[in-house]
Design a protein around this ligand. Structure first.
Ligand SMILES: Nc1ncnc2c1ncn2[C@@H]1O[C@H](COP(=O)(O)OP(=O)(O)OP(=O)(O)O)[C@@H](O)[C@H]1O
Ligand SMILES: [Mg+2]
Length: 326
């Protein structure tokens, strides 16, 4: 039978919502039963633990945030954070070597965080993504979460800014508290809406307070979560923000070879390289973002599937490029 101390530990960790300790104690009980020769019981316990872990993880990803210390905060936090299960991998992105190196460095430091901690070093975890629209900033946050096997929480900035003085700050604090509780990637997308000092909005006073609070919170943050902020208006951000981030990654528009690569990736089953270069499709697309090129390809495919004529489809593709450039 389990020792009294183990049972007490089990109840305590359940009450505190400390899953890690709960499972560790349950495993200790299974091990001590096995040592006493109660093999069937030990196996049964191990299977129960395994099943419970799987269903808890499923719960966590598919429903809502659990195990918050303050119950009343739970609902508010659910309104502030959108939980996303990322699906894209690093290999799905077309990136220049500089951006790729930066992303890989974040991933490697996170994966080897234990080694760094031993030497009193911290992995990169506060990242600012800046650059043109449609060039992969939001996609990068998804990729980082996916590659690290972490959930992604997108902060709903519209929900954060409250009409009531000071309320936004307590909401922001809730988010930073959640970072301590749940290791995940927290994305502040369209970050300029709170990071700018040149806002003409009437809520500017509250936004300024949120910005100051963000500066404080990010500075003292010691959680193991990653904080990613994304903006396509870096020039409008408060200068005090930049040094708070461990890394700033810039996303430029795609250059010729990246455009070629993307067309080949998306259309290789439908148009061969020769035809793409005959019509100078990549050259014509200079100035478009990755996202726009993807839409051009979708237009082409739709046209081909509906009308089944590859000649008019390629003309349609050129027209679609021109239209998007306008
Ligand atoms: N570097 C890239 N490689 C491959 N596909 C990309 C890349 N960048 C963007 N895309 C495609 O464009 C879509 C939109 O990109 P994303 O949302 O990441 O842009 P963004 O930089 O966040 O833009 P915004 O500033 O408007 O928020 C992606 O879902 C993806 O399909
Ligand atoms: Mg985005």
């Amino acid at each position: 039978m389990a020792a009294a101390e183990q049972i007490k530990n089990l109840i305590k960790s359940f009450t505190e919502g400390n899953d890690e300790r709960f499972y560790a104690t349950a495993m200790q009980i299974a091990a001590s039963e096995a040592r006493q020769g109660h093999i069937a019981l030990a196996e049964e316990l191990k299977n129960l633990i395994k099943k419970s872990k799987v269903s808890k993880e499923g719960d966590f990803l598919n429903t809502e945030i659990k195990r918050l210390p303050v119950n009343s905060a739970q609902k508010e936090l659910n309104d502030l954070l959108e939980l996303i299960q990322p699906k894209v991998h690093l290999k799905d992105m077309v990136l220049n070597s500089k951006v790729l190196t930066s992303i890989n460095r974040v991933l490697d430091e996170q994966k080897k965080a234990d080694i760094l901690f031993k030497h009193n070093l911290l992995p990169r975890k506060k990242i600012l993504l800046a650059g043109a629209p449609g060039c992969g900033k939001t996609m990068t946050a998804h990729v980082i979460a996916k590659e690290l096997g972490l959930p992604l929480f997108v902060v709903r900035l519209d929900g954060l800014i409250s009409r009531y003085m000071g309320e936004s700050i307590s909401k922001l604090r809730l988010i930073f508290d959640a970072m301590q509780q749940f290791r995940a990637v927290y994305l502040f997308d369209e970050f300029d809406s709170i990071g700018t000092t040149r806002n003409t909005n009437s809520d500017v006073g509250e936004i300024k307070r949120v910005l100051n609070s963000f500066l404080l919170q990010i500075e003292k943050d010691e959680s193991k979560s990653l904080i990613i902020a994304a903006t396509n208006m870096p020039e409008s951000l408060d200068s005090a923000l930049f040094r708070r981030f461990d890394d700033i990654i810039s996303y430029p528009l795609p250059v010729l070879n990246e455009i070629e690569f993307l067309y080949n990736k998306l259309l290789s089953k439908h148009i061969n390289k020769k035809e793409l270069s005959k019509y100078e499709i990549s050259n014509k697309s200079l100035g478009l973002s990755f996202s726009e090129i993807q839409k051009v390809c979708e237009d082409y495919l739709k046209h081909t599937y509906i009308y089944g004529d590859s000649n008019t489809s390629i003309l349609h593709l050129i027209e679609s490029i021109e239209q998007r450039k306008k």
